[in-house]
Every structure is written in C-alpha cells, then in structure tokens.
Design a protein around this ligand. Structure first.
Ligand SMILES: [Ca+2]
Length: 199
C-alpha cells in the first residue's frame, strides 16, 4: 500500500498521524485497527513581521482557519517619509470579550508608541497613523480560538496634496482644498459620477 501526502504553497497546519497494522490475509478481522485521534499544540508557525511595501495585507496565523492559542504577533509597518499608514480591518472573528484574544493598533513602532485602538471580535473599521510608522499586535490566550482576522493597509501622503490611489478593493482620491479654491470651486462642488452622494 502507498500513501501519498501533498501540500500546496500556503497555510500550514498540524498534519496527520496514521496507524497501520498487518494481519494474515485469510483472517482479516483478527486484529481490528484502533481508532486513534491525536491533537498536538501547533507551534510550527511564524507570524508578524516587517512590512515596508506602500500597501499590503496580513492576517492572523492560518487564516481563514483558526489561529493557535498563545499567539503573540507584531507587524511593524513602515512606509515612505511624509506618508501615513491606514489599516483597514476586513474580517475580525476572535474569542469574544476583548480581554482574551485581541488586536492592538499602535501609532508608531511597537513598545514606544501610544495605542490607537484595541480591535475585538466583530469589529470593522480603519485607523490612520500620524507618521509613516504603524504597528499591529495580535494576542491570543491559552484557550478557545476562532477564524482570526484579515487586514489591509495602504499609505497616503500626509500633507494636503492631490493624490489618487487604486487598490483591488479600495480607491482613494484626495484633492486639496487649496487646489479646488484656486480653480474657484469649494469642496461641496466635488462630485463622483455614479455615486449617490456629494462631497
Ligand atoms: Ca482565546
């Protein structure tokens, strides 16, 4: 008999443990195979990291499968000078209560910066740094895990300038008030076609 195990390029998990036995072919029921179920704590993963691209995304370990217990992950985000970082939380499914498993957003490098927010189960929303640094920390306690979270970030100029940013599922257009006023318009004159509103 041959067993073939194959894995693809992403999402690690514990894997499997199988048991085999042999028996005389004339008496197949003489040695019934025991049912065996083994779960081990999964420590074979890495999380967090240094993100230096102008935009990107990150998620809890093994997302969208359950994150491990006792996880502590820090993502440090640094974008180019004179830009700010905005992080958008798209999906946050954590153990409820906010004191056991949570995500924290810091306005600069972790350890030396004030906390902007603690993101808990069910949260959505975005947060923007005051400089070109932001850090995100994910913490899980010793029990109960869920799907985790997925977040995206992008950078935008921190000064009052005109800028257009297009990502697969996010678009941002910034037009400075002074530029509009130099043309004789106000911010209320700005209209996005096919959009049900005026800005
Ligand atoms: Ca937990």
């Amino acid at each position: 008999m041959t067993i073939h195990f194959r894995s693809d390029i992403s999402f690690q998990n514990t894997g499997f443990l199988a048991w085999y036995n042999s028996f005389p072919s004339g008496n197949p029921l003489s040695t019934p195979a025991p049912f065996l179920s083994v779960t081990r704590p999964n420590t074979n993963y890495s999380c967090g990291g240094f993100l230096s691209q102008p935009s990107g995304d990150f998620s809890s370990p093994f997302y969208p499968r359950n994150y491990p217990n006792n996880a502590k992950c820090v993502w440090d985000i640094k974008v180019q000078n004179n830009h700010r970082v905005t992080v958008i939380f798209r999906d946050v499914q954590l153990e409820g209560g906010c004191n056991y498993d949570y995500v924290e957003v810091f306005d600069g490098p972790y350890h030396s910066s004030p906390r902007i927010a603690r993101v808990c189960d069910g949260a959505r929303g975005s947060f923007t740094s005051s400089s070109n640094f932001m850090s995100i920390r994910f913490v899980s306690d010793h029990s109960i895990t869920r799907r985790g979270f997925r977040a995206e970030y992008y950078s935008s100029p921190s000064n009052d300038s005109t800028n257009l940013l297009c990502l697969p599922n996010h678009m941002q257009a910034s037009v400075s008030r002074s530029y509009l006023q130099s043309l004789g318009f106000s911010a209320r004159d700005l209209v996005i076609a096919t959009w049900n509103g005026y800005y």
